[in-house]
Design a protein around this ligand. Structure first.
Ligand SMILES: Nc1ncnc2c1ncn2[C@@H]1O[C@H](COP(=O)(O)OP(=O)(O)OP(=O)(O)O)[C@@H](O)[C@H]1O
Ligand SMILES: [Mg+2]
Length: 254
C-alpha cells in the first residue's frame, strides 16, 4: 500500500490524533517518563498555531513527534500533502526525509552543532541542493540574513563562533529559506533582542501571507499575541485547552 492516501482539500493540513509519547529510562531502573498523553488537535491550512505551557509540559516533545525526531509511542499525525495524506507517526523513514526536504521545516529549541560552513552557506546550501542555482541560493540566503539583522560582516564567518542570538537567526533563516508548506518552530526567537524579534515576526507574517502554515512554541506573550491565530496550552503532557488567541487571559500565555 502507498504511504499516501488522497485527501479532500477541506481536511486540515495536520491532524494530530491521540498522540502518546513515553520515554523508557533504562538508566533509571526502567522508569517511564510521560512526554505526551492523548494529545489531539488540528492545524488548519495557513494558520499560525502557538503552543504554550510550563517548562516540561511537553511542547518540544510534541514538535519533535510532528517532525519525527521522536517516534510517537501511539497515535496518528496525519499530514495532508499535495500527493495525499501521510501518517507522520508511522510512515517509513524515506517518506519522512522526503517531506523534510520538500515540505516541512523545523528549528530546534537548542541550537545544534553547526558544521564549519560560512553562515550564508548554511542557509544557501540546502536551497542549491534542492535545485536552485548557486547565485540565486546565495542571494536568497543573504536577503533572509539581512532581514533578520545578522550583520553583513558575519555572513562569511562560521556560526560555531556566533552568539546564541546570532546562531538562532541562522537557524531560522535555514528553516524558512525553502518556503516549506509547514514550519515547526521551537522557541525560534527566545534569544533575540526586541528589535530583531520584531524583524523575525515581520518575516514570519509574510510567510503566513504566502500560505505557509506555522506551529510555533513561544514563551513570549507579545509574540503569541502578535502572530498566533490559535493557541494550544499543554499541561503535564496533555492539552489543557485550545482556542483562538483572543480567548485567552494574558496570564495563560506566559
Ligand atoms: N529524550 C527524552 N528522554 C527522556 N525524557 C524526555 C526526553 N525528551 C523529553 N523528555 C521529558 O518529557 C517531558 C517534556 O519535555 P519537553 O522538552 O517536551 O518540555 P517543554 O515543554 O519543551 O519544556 P521547556 O519549556 O523547558 O522547553 C519532560 O519531563 C522531559 O524530561
Ligand atoms: Mg522545550
Amino acid at each position: 500500500m502507498s504511504e499516501f492516501e488522497s485527501a479532500p482539500a477541506s481536511t486540515p493540513l495536520l491532524a494530530v490524533e491521540n498522540l502518546h509519547k513515553t520515554f523508557d529510562m533504562h538508566a533509571l531502573g526502567d522508569k517511564r517518563v510521560v512526554g505526551l498523553e492523548d494529545v489531539s488537535f488540528a492545524v488548519e491550512r495557513g494558520e499560525f498555531l502557538a503552543v504554550v505551557g510550563e517548562s516540561g509540559s511537553g511542547k518540544s516533545s510534541l514538535l519533535k513527534c510532528l517532525y519525527r525526531t521522536y517516534e510517537p509511542s501511539s497515535g496518528r499525525v496525519l499530514y495532508a500533502g499535495p500527493d495525499g495524506t501521510v501518517d507522520l507517526a508511522s510512515c517509513d523513514d524515506r517518506t519522512v526525509i522526503d517531506l523534510r526536504t520538500k515540505a516541512i521545516g523545523y528549528t530546534s529549541q537548542f541550537l545544534d552543532e553547526i558544521p564549519r560552513v560560512p553562515a550564508v552557506d548554511v542557509v544557501a546550501r540546502p536551497l542549491h541542493e534542492g535545485g536552485m542555482a548557486v547565485d540565486a541560493a546565495r542571494e536568497r540566503a543573504e536577503m533572509l540574513l539581512s532581514r533578520l539583522r545578522l550583520p553583513e560582516a558575519l555572513w562569511e564567518a562560521y556560526p560555531a563562533t556566533f552568539s546564541g542570538g546570532e546562531r538562532q537567526r541562522v537557524n531560522l533563516a535555514q528553516a524558512i529559506a525553502p518556503k516549506p508548506r509547514l514550519l515547526l518552530l521551537d522557541e525560534p526567537t527566545s534569544a533575540l533582542d526586541p528589535e530583531t524579534r520584531a524583524a523575525a515576526i515581520d518575516l514570519l507574517r509574510e510567510f503566513l501571507d504566502d500560505g505557509t502554515t506555522i506551529v510555533g512554541v513561544f514563551h513570549n506573550r507579545d509574540v503569541v499575541e502578535a502572530v498566533a491565530d490559535r493557541v494550544v496550552v499543554l499541561e503535564d503532557a496533555r492539552v489543557r485547552e485550545i482556542g483562538p488567541v483572543e480567548a485567552f487571559d494574558r496570564e495563560v500565555i506566559a
